[in-house]
Design a protein around this ligand. Structure first.
Ligand code: ZN
Ligand code: ZN
Length: 243
């Protein structure tokens, strides 16, 4: 069934490429991306001085190593982070397409997104991109893990500069974080993640966890904990949206 669904998806992609995830217009392939250029221009891209942990723009004079007010209140286990855009109305639409409508072709635009996010590519170079896993049951219901898609899309752009390392699994099927307060989010995902058996740590030099969005960092923290538990202390994170 899964194979049939995949074949159907791929055939559909060829004949009916996805519409612009922002305005819903058919893709303007002469512009070279699914989202219209005008729509991409409206996305709140992150750049300039950014928070070292979550990557959000700080609107300060050019100065690296800042920590935003939200991250100052947290004890993040990861060391650095990057995000691409703010989850305003448009940012949310893009994530929604990827996460709930399975609009994988939206991610074909990722090179154009990276062009708008100075430093993001450089941040990833040399890394194993490790997608935040979904629980087996949720993944089979959804049919895919959007974070793995994102990691693969980044690899498509960066080539041999990165590897995708689908190294983690969710050992507890946690309830969705969306409706939880900050404190409850931490509790909800505590000890929810582990490394898959057989991951060889010897060939891993740089870990960047990949997720679709950064909210409080609770999920990414819990994933970092799993790496810390096996003796890998330096972990970084990268997401698409922030909010
Ligand atoms: Zn558009
Ligand atoms: Zn921050």
């Amino acid at each position: 069934m899964k194979l049939l669904r995949r074949i159907k998806d791929e055939v559909m992609d060829v004949f009916f490429p996805g519409d612009c995830p922002v305005c819903g217009d058919p893709p303007k392939m002469d512009e070279g991306h699914y989202a219209c250029k005008a729509c991409l221009d409206q996305i709140a891209w992150v750049g300039g001085s950014v928070c070292r942990f979550c990557g959000i723009g700080m609107h300060a004079i050019e100065f690296q190593g800042l920590t935003c007010s939200n991250c100052r209140k947290q004890e993040h286990l990861f060391h650095r982070g990057k995000c691409m855009f703010v989850l305003d109305v448009i940012g949310k639409q893009i994530i929604h397409e990827i996460k709930y409508h399975g609009a994988k072709d939206v991610l074909d635009d990722i090179s154009h997104w990276l062009d708008r996010c100075p430093g993001y590519r450089e941040f990833l170079v040399g890394a194993h991109l490790v997608p935040v896993p979904l629980h087996r049951r949720r993944e089979s219901k959804r049919g895919y893990n959007q974070s793995l898609w994102i990691a693969k899309a980044l690899k498509k752009d960066l080539g041999s500069a990165v590897e995708v390392g689908d190294f983690m699994k969710r050992v507890r099927n946690t309830s969705t974080q969306t409706k939880l307060e900050k404190k409850d989010r931490q509790k909800n995902v505590k000890n929810a993640f582990a490394l898959k058996p057989g991951v060889c740590l010897d060939s891993i030099y740089k870990i960047v966890l990949i997720d679709d969005v950064f909210t409080t960092g609770a999920t990414l923290n819990a994933c970092t904990q799993a790496w810390n538990d096996v003796g890998v202390s330096h972990v970084q994170i990268a997401t698409l949206g922030h909010g």
